[in-house]
Design a protein around this ligand. Sequence first.
Ligand SMILES: Nc1nc2c(ncn2[C@@H]2O[C@H](COP(=O)(O)OP(=O)(O)OP(=O)(O)O)[C@@H](O)[C@H]2O)c(=O)[nH]1
Ligand SMILES: [Mg+2]
Length: 321
Amino acid sequence: LSSTDLVERLLAGDRRALGRLITLVDDGTQEGKEAIVKLFPKTGHAQIIGITGSPGVGKSSLINAIVKCLRAKKKTVGIVAVDPSSPFSGGALLGDRIRMQDHFTDEGVFIRSIASRGSLGGLSRSVNNVVRLLDAFGSDVIIVETVGAGQVEVEIVKVAQTIIVVMSPGYGDVIQMLKAGIIEIGDIFVINKSDLEGAYRTFEGLMSVLELNQKKEGWNPPIIQTVAVANKGITELVDTIELHRDYIQKASILTSREGKRIENELIQLVNERVYEKITKGDIGEGENLNTIVSKVLSKQLDPYSAAQRILSALGKAKHYP
Ligand SMILES: Nc1nc2c(ncn2[C@@H]2O[C@H](COP(=O)(O)OP(=O)(O)OP(=O)(O)O)[C@@H](O)[C@H]2O)c(=O)[nH]1
Ligand SMILES: [Mg+2]
């Protein structure tokens, strides 16, 4: 099937076409890029939620419970579980299948796991585009799960409009998360496993850190206590997600965040495109990197003029997409 056929089918609600396109996009193929080009105008309707936190805090269990709540409201859901740590997400996938098993046969829910492939910058782009596919497919809500361990995960979860940071007693302390930059991206905090010993201490620790933190964009990030496996606190969490969504929409934070994200994406794409063009093959006007390097070596050109020549030659050449 061509990417055009797959796009048509995706728009008609074909889940297999969606699955196939996710693979094409995730593999960084030309067909995948073409599909994003075609589907981009159909995106922008979904509500995108990011869930992050240390391994094992109960992110997948929470998603399972949140999805139950959203399905009761007749919302369709797309879930992307990202595992940046391992190139083979077998373990995570299996775990997700068990944790989110309530929804694996539900036509209104689409679940997909993605593992790290090559560059980490590539991973966050991949997630961004997978979210676009789910959005164009018509998912009302898209949830991105990623383990919060550092900068990469922070970048990934920034695709979301509302970022939920999950903690639970005994799993990674607050100071550690503060250092990793996870705390400052949270719009909503969840203390999961509130049934366990030490939950209140975790709550207090988080409270004291949040009090020191600047209020973010006029929004005071609330802390919700949950027991995902017993469906406790989930309604409150879902209501709070709604509240945050309304808030960022009214305060036009949504558009400015989105703009910032697109800005980053464009800079990254242009960077890569230029890098690829100048390192592989002709630059244009009969020049390639070697010929220009030679001219600098022999003092025919200085480095600044050489860089300018490369940019002008690139500007005149046709490259698409
Ligand atoms: N006691 C208790 N256990 C929970 C709760 N939520 C999840 N668990 C258990 O915690 C374990 C990890 O849950 P997951 O939902 O897989 O956690 P996760 O954060 O998605 O884990 P990774 O994706 O591996 O990082 C499982 O054994 C769950 O049953 C809770 O509220 N209370
Ligand atoms: Mg998980």
